[in-house]
Design a protein around this ligand. Structure first.
Ligand code: ZN
Length: 262
């Protein structure tokens, strides 16, 4: 019974997104149906007429989070970020060149452009509310890209990139924590396996939930400043934390299992 329930649970629990910037070049991206319809202080919004009504809400949540995230990372972004809102899941998948993606794929970013499904038509997995978090999640990826440059792809661990985006977007909740506990009772991937996974494999191995759990552990135990240092210099993990990665990994497992981390 337990085994039969598991795939369903994982599908529900895994609030998953593409790893941004790992997308292929979007030469095929079709945004013809979208027009520039709104600008806020730091963002320019493209959508169809049908989605104009949701852009004020997207602008408010992005602007509300903008200063905290850019200050935390110590960056200034010298241009407006384009936000492209696609009318439905299908048109978004076609635009990002993954036409056969499952419905949980709802947000992405390419360089400094943010692409997402309209919160007014979120598909079968997401909701209006979860897409309001997705837009912040994708903006965090863009801010990290401004912080690290191409190192995002070559050096930043996938769990750190995805975990930090979810952490700042407020996507960590008790449901996510419980799914991580369940993964650890079963056979959770280790950090190296998370980093080696493709975007799809990462989603299927509960990688998003596990990643934000790792980031929560690091912030709770060692503070946000060290996490920001790690984002800027992921190769210096041992120096920043004073332990090798496998020691931190063992501490994290005990943290999730509510065991003493001393
Ligand atoms: Zn992401």
């Amino acid at each position: 019974m337990k085994m039969k329930m598991r795939p369903i649970l994982l599908n529900v629990f895994s609030i998953v997104f593409f790893v941004c910037l790992a997308l292929p070049n979007l030469n095929g991206q079709n945004t013809d149906s979208l027009s520039l319809v709104k600008e806020s202080q730091h963002f320019a919004f493209y959508s169809t007429k049908a989605d104009i009504g949701v852009l004020d809400s997207l602008a408010i949540i992005l602007e509300k989070n903008y200063a905290r995230i850019t200050n935390r990372l110590g960056i200034e972004i010298d241009k407006k970020i384009n936000v492209k809102v696609f009318p439905d899941v299908k048109s978004f998948h076609i635009a990002v060149n993954y036409p056969d993606s499952p419905d949980w794929v709802v947000g992405s970013c390419v360089g400094d452009e943010l692409l997402m499904v309209s919160p007014l038509n979120p598909g079968s997995v997401h909701s209006y509310e979860s897409l309001m978090q997705v837009v912040v999640h994708e903006f965090v990826h863009i801010a990290v890209y401004y912080t690290c440059g191409d190192k995002v792809l070559s050096a930043l661990p996938k769990w750190l990139n995805e975990g930090y985006a979810q952490y700042e977007a407020g996507q960590l909740n008790d449901r996510v924590r419980k799914s991580v506990e369940a993964s650890l009772r079963d056979k959770a991937p280790n950090w190296a396996q998370l980093n080696a996974a493709s975007a799809m494999e990462f989603g299927h191995m509960n990688g998003y939930a596990i990643s934000v759990s790792i980031v929560e552990f690091l912030v709770d135990t060692y503070g946000i400043d060290k996490l920001v240092l790690l984002i800027k210099a992921p190769d210096d993990l041992d120096t920043i934390y004073g332990f090798p990665e496998n020691t931190l990994e063992e501490q994290w497992v005990r943290y999730v299992k509510h065991e003493n981390t001393d």
